[in-house]
Design a protein around this ligand. Sequence first.
Ligand code: SME
Length: 164
Amino acid sequence: MAEAFNDLTLPDDKAARYATVAVEIAAVLDGEPNRTARMATIASMLAASFDHFFWTGFYVVDPERERELVVGPYQGTLGCLRIAYGRGVCGAAAATGQTQLVPDVHAFPGHIACDGRSASEVVIPVFDAAGALIAVLDVDSTELAAFDEVDVEWLEAILRNSFT
Ligand code: SME
């Protein structure tokens, strides 16, 4: 399946590309219950599909710490290991349960610069079937304003389909 995915020619149009990738992700995840395996697969397939994804990965809720995220499966350069709720963009997504679309990370109060090349990002909270926050998906780009509502809509849909 992974080989099939790599050989697939993806559409140029962003929404059409997301639609294709969403179907491929669902096919690869079919029948796999392990959450780490699902997150690793999603991070890999998204990062391989979009040129504007410089860092793509999950910060998961740490059950052993109060209101703290710990790095999970990701693709990209070295990420910070832990982020407290409320800190930076990921922490804001975790604290509010709301997607954060940030066109210029340097203008975001408390932004955590794991890699100084990141210029814009989108962070989506991930919920389980019971509605509990389990993680956030963080996607960073080296370009300013690299993400828009199309990214938000499709990333939210992929995560909803994958974890609820
Ligand atoms: N950009 C994030 C920090 C994590 S890394 O960039 C991988 C933030 O401010 O939440």
